[in-house]
Design a protein around this ligand. Sequence first.
Ligand code: FAD
Length: 459
Amino acid sequence: MAIGQTQLMTCRPDLMARLAQDASYDIAIVGGGATGLGVALDAAARGFSVVLVESDDFAKGTSSRSTKLVHGGVRYLAQGNISLVREALHERTTLLNNAPHLAQPLPFIMPSYHWWETPFYGVGLKLYDALAGKAGLGKTEFLSRSETLAQLPMALPEGLKGGVKYWDGQFNDARLAIALARTAALHGALLVNYCKAGDLLYSEGKISGLLCHDVLTGQPYRINARCVVNAAGVWVDELRQKDSVSGADAQRAGTQAIVAPSQGVHLVVDREFLDSNVGLMVPKTADGRVLFAVPWLGKVILGTTDTPRSDLAREPLPFKEEIEFILSESARYLRRAPQRADVKSVWVGLRPLVKPQKEDGESTQGLSREHTVLVSRSGLVTVTGGKWTTYRAMAEDVLAHCVDRRLIDRRPSGITVKLKLRRRGRSTRSVNRRAFIRMAMKNRSSWACQVGEPRCATG
Ligand SMILES: Cc1cc2nc3c(=O)[nH]c(=O)nc-3n(C[C@H](O)[C@H](O)[C@H](O)COP(=O)(O)OP(=O)(O)OC[C@H]3O[C@@H](n4cnc5c(N)ncnc54)[C@H](O)[C@@H]3O)c2cc1C
C-alpha cells in the first residue's frame, strides 16, 4: 500500500492552516479515540479524504484508560456470546501482527481454589483456543498446585488446588492510538487535536459538515464533508441531541440517549505483589465480574470495576468502594494483600455501554451487544460501544454503513487487515519525546497519578 506522505505534518499552525482551507472532505470524524482513529485510518487507506477532530488529546477519553488487554473476552464466552468472542480472537491476532512493537502475547493463570474450577474453566478455555483456531497464541494447559505456584509465586497458597493457563495479548493503548493517528496521517488524513466539534451543518436537511473550534485559541473552523462520523465515545449523545433538533430528525420528539456509561477503575501497585510475567485472572468476583492482576511496565495493574455513572465526567475519579473492592478481591488471591497505601496510581475509564434503541427513525441494523452503528435521517453516523481489540472491525462496519446509506462510494474493504501501524519516525523522535514530557507534566494531576492515598469521587 502506497503511503501518501513520507513526512508527518506535526506543526500546529500548519495543521490549523490546512483545516482552514476551503476543502470538501469525504469523511469528517468527531473523536480521536480507538474508534475514531480506526475509522480515520481505514477510510484514508481506502483513498477517501478524511479529517478528524479531537477536543482533547488523542486517546484522552476511554482509550488510554483500558486494562490494556487485546483479548477475545473470556467473560463473553461465559455469557455464550460465541460470535463476538470469535471475532475478537481474530482481531487480537491481526493487531499483534500489525503492531508487534505495541502488542504482545501474554499468558494468564486462573488459580483454582475449588476442585471443580480447573475442569469447569479449563473446558471453557479450551473452547476459547478452538474458537481462535489458527489465530491462537498458545495452548490452554491444566496446572498442578506446584506448577501454579512456580509460575505465580504470589498466588495465595492456602487452599490452592491448581490452575489453568491460557493465552491472550497485552498492548499499550495510548501508544497504539498515536500509531493509528500517525499511520492515518501518513495516508493523507488530517487529524487535529484540541479542536472541539460544536454544531453540525446541513444542506436540504442532510448533514453537510460541522463547525468546530480550536480549544487553545477559540478560533472557529467550518468543515465541509459528505459524511460525518460521530465517534465521541461516551459523549456521542451530545452530537446526536444537536442533530435531533436541527436535522431531518427535528420533528421527532427528542432523541433518546444511547449510552449508559459504566465506570471501570484500575489500581497500580508494585511488581512484588505479583512477582511474575504471567497475569492472574479471577473468573468470578463477588459481583460476578472478571478481575485481573497484570504485569505492566515494571508494576502491576489490578482491575477493574463496573459502576454505573451518568455524569459523563471528563476526569472521572474512583469511588472509595471501588478501591476497597479491588483491594479486597485481590487479597482473596494474593499471598500479600495490597493496602490503600500501596496504591501508586489510579486510572478510571468510562465504558460506553449501549442501550437498546427502538426503530423510530434511526436504522438499527448494526445494533449489537458489542458496538452499535446508527445512521440518523439526516445522515449522522454514530458509532459507540465495542472494545479496543475490535476497533479495526468496527471501522469496517462504520464504513459499510456509510456506503449502504450512499454517503460515500463503495471501495474495496479489508485493506487494514495487513496494514502495519507506523512506528515513531527517527526525524520526529526528539520532538515527540519533548512534547510527551511536556504533556505528561501538564496532565500529571488529571491522569490521577499520585503516590499514597488515592483521590476519590465524593458522589
Ligand atoms: C475500565 C475499562 C477497561 C477496558 N479494558 C479494555 C481492554 O482491556 N481491552 C479492550 O479491548 N477494551 C477495553 N476497554 C474498552 C475500550 O477501552 C473502549 O471500547 C474504547 O477505548 C472506546 O474508544 P472510543 O474511541 O469509542 O472512545 P474514547 O476513547 O472515549 O474516544 C472518544 C473521544 O471523543 C472525544 N470527543 C468527545 N466529544 C467531542 C467533541 N465534541 N469534539 C471532538 N472530540 C470529542 C473525546 O475527547 C474522546 O477522546 C475498556 C474500557 C474500560 C472503561
